[in-house]
Design a protein around this ligand. Structure first.
Ligand code: UDP
Length: 314
C-alpha cells in the first residue's frame, strides 16, 4: 500500500521540492496551494504522474481530502519578508487558521503532521548561534511580526494538538534556504542579488551589509525535513547551514561568480531586520544524523546557472 501525503503550499519553493521528494519515495501526493506566492510552473512537471493531485485551494478554510492520509506537511505561507509584508493578513491567517485546519485534518486522518516553522521565531536574536532552547526576541507589533508571531502561534498550536490529542507532530525550524524555483522577484537577498548581477544592475545591500545570514542549499533542507518526517522526534528541530557570512560578503560573492559589472549600493535597513543569524544544528545531527553537505560556493554556482537559464528565456 502506498503512503499518502498532503503538502500545503505544495506549489511553493520548498513545497514543490518536497512533492518531488515524496513522489520519488513512492508516495501519493495531494498538493494544495492557493497560488498567492506559489507557482504552477514549480509543479507542472508532476501533472503527468498518476500519484499526484493538485488542488488550487486556500487552506484557511476547511480541508477535505478523500481516503487515508499518512502524512501532512504544512508549508503554506508567504515566506519572504517582502511577500509577508505585502500580504500581512493572509500570512497571519495561514499561520493560524491554516495550521488549525491542517491539524484538524491530521486528527481526523490520524496522520503524522509536520509544520514548516522558521528561524524568524528567534526574531533579532540575542543568543548566537540559535539553539532550539532559545525563546527568541520578536517584536510582535513590528512589520515582521505578522510572520514571526503566526509561526510562533502555529508552533504552540502544534504542541497543543500533540499533547491534547496525541497527534504525532513535528516542527522544522527552517533557516535561510536557497536554490532552484525561488522567484527572481521574491525580494530575498540571494535571488535579488543574482537577478541584479545578471542584469549588471546595482546590487542593493540594505544597511551597511554587516548583518549576517547562513544559507542552506535546498537539497540539504529537503533531506533534513524528510528525515524529521520519518523520525519519532516531536520537539522543534533547526535546519540550516551554519556557514555564516555578512550580506555584503554575499553580494560580493555573487557579483564575482556572475562576472558582473554591477556596483554594490547601500539602501536603508528594513525595520527589525535581524543583525545575526546562524543555526545551531547539533540536535539535527544527533537525533537525525543530518548534516548539510552543499557548500555555499557550490550551491551558488548551481543556483546562478538556474537563474541564468530563466532570465535567458524571458
Ligand atoms: N537584503 C539586502 N538587499 C536586498 C534584500 C535583502 O541587503 O535586496 C538583506 C535584508 O535586509 C537582510 C538580508 O539581506 O538583512 C537577508 O534578507 P532576506 O530577505 O533574504 O531574508 P531574511 O533572512 O531577512 O528573512
Amino acid at each position: 500500500m502506498k503512503k499518502t501525503a498532503v503538502v500545503t503550499g505544495g506549489a511553493g519553493f520548498l513545497g514543490s521540492h518536497l512533492c518531488d521528494k515524496l513522489i520519488n519515495e513512492g508516495m501519493r501526493i495531494f498538493c494544495i496551494d492557493n497560488l498567492l506566492t506559489g507557482s504552477i510552473q514549480n509543479i507542472s512537471h508532476l501533472f503527468g504522474e498518476k500519484d499526484f493531485t493538485f488542488y488550487k485551494y486556500d487552506v484557511t478554510n476547511y480541508i477535505h481530502i478523500p481516503g487515508n492520509v499518512d502524512y501532512i506537511l504544512h508549508f503554506a505561507s508567504p515566506a519572504s519578508p517582502a511577500d509577508y509584508m505585502h500580504y500581512p493578513i493572509q500570512t497571519l491567517k495561514v499561520g493560524s487558521l491554516g495550521t488549525h485546519k491542517a491539524l484538524g485534518l491530521a486528527k481526523e486522518k490520524k496522520a503524522v503532521f509536520l509544520l514548516a516553522s522558521t528561524s524568524e521565531i528567534y526574531g533579532d536574536p540575542i543568543i548566537h548561534p540559535q539553539p532550539e532552547t532559545y525563546w527568541g526576541n520578536v517584536n510582535p507589533t513590528g512589520p515582521r511580526g505578522v510572520y514571526d508571531e503566526a509561526k510562533r502561534f502555529a508552533e504552540a498550536l502544534v504542541m497543543a494538538y500533540h499533547r491534547s490529542h496525541g497527534i504525532n507532530t513535528k516542527i522544522a525550524r527552517i533557516f535561510n534556504t536557497y536554490g532552484t524555483r525561488m522567484r527572481l522577484d521574491d525580494g530575498r537577498a540571494l535571488p535579488t542579488f543574482i537577478a541584479q548581477a545578471l542584469r549588471n544592475d546595482d546590487v542593493t545591500v540594505y544597511g551597511d551589509g554587516s548583518q549576517t545570514r547562513s544559507f542552506c542549499y535546498v537539497d540539504d533542507m529537503i533531506d533534513g525535513i524528510y528525515r524529521l518526517l520519518l523520525s519519532d522526534e516531536n520537539e522543534p528541530i533547526n535546519f540550516g547551514n551554519p556557514e555564516e557570512l555578512t550580506i555584503k560578503q554575499l553580494a560580493e560573492k555573487i557579483v564575482a561568480f556572475t562576472n558582473s559589472k554591477s556596483k554594490i549600493i547601500f539602501k536603508e535597513l528594513p525595520v527589525d531586520d535581524p543583525k545575526i543569524r546562524q543555526p545551531d544544528i547539533k540536535k539535527a545531527s544527533k537525533k537525525l544524523n543530518w548534516f548539510p553537505y552543499v557548500a555555499l560556493d557550490l550551491g551558488l554556482e548551481k543556483t546562478i546557472g538556474y537563474f541564468q537559464k530563466i532570465t535567458d528565456s524571458i
